[in-house]
Structures are given as structure tokens and as C-alpha cells.
Design a protein around this ligand. Structure first.
Ligand code: C2E
Ligand code: MG
Ligand code: MG
Length: 398
């Protein structure tokens, strides 16, 4: 294929050869549709498809990229307007904006004008800027983000973790959404170092009250791990590829998409406050586990003198129970597996019980069985509807 020129791309834009594809974003837990990202697709008159990677870098060399981004903004607003007219509940749409927009003095005015022309509520538009834009960390980038949000639009940092940008920008900016780049996940997220890095990113984002979106999720293993990180939303081939508008509308219909109201309700991280409490009781209970029964995840806060050396400090809850069963005395295994299964605990919560408890003989690293009392207390967080339990476990023989 001959080399694409800027002139050709601009001509294609004029001839309406550029189409908006939508890639749905889903709530990690409920798998409900929560939004979508608009991605450009160029269909040449002969029907061949040109992907953005083949022409966006070229447009970014000059300010030609601005034309494409504003074209996409118009198309998305027009779409949202049509959805409303057809009685569908629109979901927020993310649009990609090149770093070149920083030089546009009237960026916010232009965006507001387009949204208002199509009667699109501003909270339905998410301005995606790439992490690389922040590398410059100029006053103008920070100022732009502030103005965009002040005008009622949302801001997402795209491709977080893909570049070399310094974390120092985190303390200087406030955004609504952090999109974690797929280059940070391996196929099954089982490397301990990778998990620690990802957990830390989700932790800081949630403490800053930023909504987290994992981009490029392709495997069930990645999804399972992301659930344990409390990642709020998933965008990736595992759920849906970018698709033409008509297909996306069908998904919107099927999913009975909710209005964006709760989408931006930021869930505060629960770990911070609970850590203090856990510190205080750690001396009595050397094994403390935060269990999220709804997400099938756990986070081990502390342990000592227990047979936990082979357990990861966080992970999938039902796997933790399965792994723990063989360390119980053979006569206690059935009891342990039954009492602490997620199903039993969810049933107990539904029955109004405050906890489940079992005394079992557990094999220590020294090869001896010890009587251990394990209690899972059911707790409620004001920030989440999830079914949560705190495991407190201690030896009865010390
Ligand atoms: P992006 O904004 O990070 O968009 C996500 C990219 O990841 C999309 O590639 C999407 O198709 C791809 N992706 C999503 N889920 C998966 C997955 O599970 N596996 C894999 N392997 N890939 C996945 P796409 O559509 O080729 O776009 C590439 C980039 O081009 C975008 O990255 C964005 O930076 C840029 N771009 C696309 N449309 C526009 C636009 O209208 N304006 C500007 N300025 N940039 C755009
Ligand atoms: Mg993007
Ligand atoms: Mg991205």
C-alpha cells in the first residue's frame, strides 16, 4: 500500500469516510454496560479498513489531528442526541483528544458549544487525554484539565502505565477516571511483582477517588485478578471489541443501560480505615483476612505462625479456601470447606447471621496440628453494597 499522506486523510474526513466505532465498558462486578470509548475507523471507498495506528501519528505531526478529534466529538454528540430522541438511556462516551489540544485556547468553549448544540448533558462526555500528555507536566495541561472539569465534563487519563511519565503529576491533577494500560497485565496476571504493582495503582487511584478502568482485558484470569483489585470497569476483547454504532445500539437496548448518575459515584477505598482497626487487633489475631464475598476476592492483612506461607497476600477467595483445606486435619476438612464456602457465608448473611465460626485442627509449618478458631464476621461498608467479611483467626493452644 502506498504511503498515506495527511492530505489524503483530511480528504477522507471531508468525504465522511471516517466512522465512529464504540467499544463498550462494563462494570467489573455486575457486568452491566456503563459506558463506551469512541474509536475512529477509516473505511476507504473500496471497502478497505484503515486502523487509527496507521494515520493518527501522521496527523499528530501537525495540527491536522484537531480536525479529526472535533469531527469525532460532533459525531458522538449527534449519536447521543439520537439515542435520547429514540428513548434510550445514553451511557457516557469517552473521546480521545490529542496532546495538540493543549495549544487550543478555546478548547473548553468549543467542546461546550458542541455538547450544547446537540443537547448532550456534559457529564456524558469524557475527555480522554493520554498519559504522555502529562509528561510535559506543564501548567497548561493542568489548567486544561481543571477547566474541562469545571465546565462539567469528565476527564480520563488514558494509557496509564504505558509510558515513562512521572508519578509526580498525580499529586498535581484531579481527574475522574484512570485507565490502566494493558501493557501492565500479562496473560494471566500471576507474577507476584506485577500483581503488587497493579494492586498499588488501584489502591492509590481509589484513595484519590478516581474511577478505575482496565483497558485491553482479554482473559478470564486477568478479570479474576482485577476483581480482587476492586477495579471498577473493564474495557477489552474479553467482553466486547470496538463495533459499529448499530451494534452498539443493540447492546445498549439489551443491557438496559443506566444513566450515568451512579457511574461517577466514587467508592471510597475501605482498606485505609479498616487498617487502623486491624492494627489494633493484630496482636490477638495473627491471621486477619478481608474477604469480599461479592467479588470472590480477599486481602490478607497480617499473618504469623500459620500455614500461610504458600498463600498469596491477595487473590481469589474460593481458591484460598481450596488451598487451605489440605492443611486441615483430615477429619476437619469437610467442616472447614463447608462453613467458609462463599455460598454458606452469603446464605448466613441473608439469614441475618453476624458471623460464621469453626474450630479446626490446622497443620503448622513445624508439622504439628494446632486447634485454631476461625471466625468470619460480616461487616457492611457505607461505600459499597458488596458482601464483606473479616476473618479473625487465632490458635487456641498458645
Ligand atoms: P486507546 O485510546 O488506548 O484505545 C484503546 C485501543 O485498544 C483501541 O485500539 C482498542 O481497539 C484496543 N483494545 C481494546 N481492547 C483490547 C483488547 O482486549 N486487546 C487488544 N489487543 N486491544 C484492545 P485502536 O482502536 O486501534 O486505537 C488505537 C489508538 O488510536 C487509541 O488508543 C487512541 O490513542 C488512538 N485513537 C483512536 N481514535 C482516536 C481519535 O478519534 N482521536 C485521537 N486523537 N486518537 C484516537
Ligand atoms: Mg483512549
Ligand atoms: Mg488506552
Amino acid at each position: 500500500m502506498s504511503k498515506i499522506t495527511e492530505q489524503e486523510v483530511l480528504e477522507a474526513l471531508k468525504n465522511k469516510e471516517m466512522q465512529v466505532y464504540y467499544q463498550p465498558q462494563y462494570d467489573t462486578l455486575s457486568k452491566k454496560l456503563k459506558g463506551a470509548e469512541a474509536l475512529v475507523r477509516w473505511f476507504r471507498p473500496d471497502g478497505t479498513l484503515v486502523m487509527p495506528g496507521a494515520f493518527i501519528p501522521l496527523l499528530e505531526e501537525t495540527s491536522a489531528i484537531l480536525q479529526l478529534d472535533w469531527y469525532m466529538t460532533e459525531r458522538v454528540c449527534e449519536f447521543l442526541n439520537r439515542q435520547k430522541a429514540e428513548g434510550l438511556t445514553p451511557v457516557p462516551i469517552s473521546i480521545n483528544y490529542s496532546r495538540r489540544h493543549v495549544q487550543e485556547e478555546d478548547f473548553v468553549d468549543k467542546l461546550s458549544q458542541i455538547a450544547d448544540n446537540y443537547g448532550v448533558p456534559r457529564k456524558l462526555l469524557i475527555v480522554e487525554i493520554t498519559e504522555s500528555m502529562l509528561e510535559e507536566k506543564t501548567v497548561s495541561v493542568i489548567d486544561l484539565i481543571r477547566k474541562v472539569r469545571a465546565a462539567g465534563f469528565c476527564v480520563a487519563i488514558d494509557d496509564f502505565g504505558s509510558g515513562l511519565s512521572s508519578l509526580s503529576f498525580v499529586k498535581d491533577i484531579s481527574v475522574d477516571i484512570l485507565k490502566i494500560d494493558r501493557s501492565l497485565f500479562s496473560g494471566n496476571c500471576e507474577d507476584e511483582k506485577e500483581r503488587i504493582v497493579l494492586e498499588s495503582i488501584f489502591m492509590f487511584a481509589h484513595r484519590l477517588k478516581w474511577t478505575t478502568v482496565a483497558e485491553g482485558v482479554e482473559t478470564a484470569e486477568q478479570l479474576n485478578f482485577l476483581k480482587t483489585c476492586d477495579c471498577k470497569m473493564i474495557q477489552g476483547y474479553l467482553f466486547a471489541k470496538p463495533m459499529p454504532e448499530a451494534d452498539f445500539v443493540n447492546i445498549c437496548r439489551e443491557c438496559d443501560a443506566e444513566e450515568s448518575g451512579d457511574y461517577f459515584e466514587q467508592l471510597q477505598d475501605t482498606y485505609g480505615a479498616l487498617n487502623l482497626l486491624l492494627d489494633a487487633i493484630m496482636m490477638c489475631y495473627p491471621l486477619i483476612i478481608m474477604v469480599n464475598l461479592s467479588r470472590d476476592s480477599y486481602y490478607m492483612m497480617a499473618y504469623d505462625n500459620f500455614t500461610t506461607h504458600t498463600c498469596a497476600s491477595s487473590g481469589v477467595f474460593h481458591e484460598l479456601i481450596e488451598n487451605a483445606v489440605p492443611s486441615m486435619h483430615p477429619d476437619d476438612r469437610e467442616l472447614f470447606a463447608r462453613v467458609f464456602s462463599a455460598e454458606n457465608q452469603l446464605r448466613a448473611i441473608a439469614d441475618g447471621q453476624k458471623y460464621v465460626r469453626a474450630i479446626t485442627r490446622q497443620l503448622g509449618d513445624d508439622g504439628l496440628y494446632r486447634k485454631v478458631e476461625t471466625t468470619n464476621f460480616f461487616v457492611k461498608s457505607p461505600y459499597s453494597e458488596d458482601a464483606l467479611a473479616i476473618t479473625l483467626s487465632h490458635s487456641l493452644e498458645d
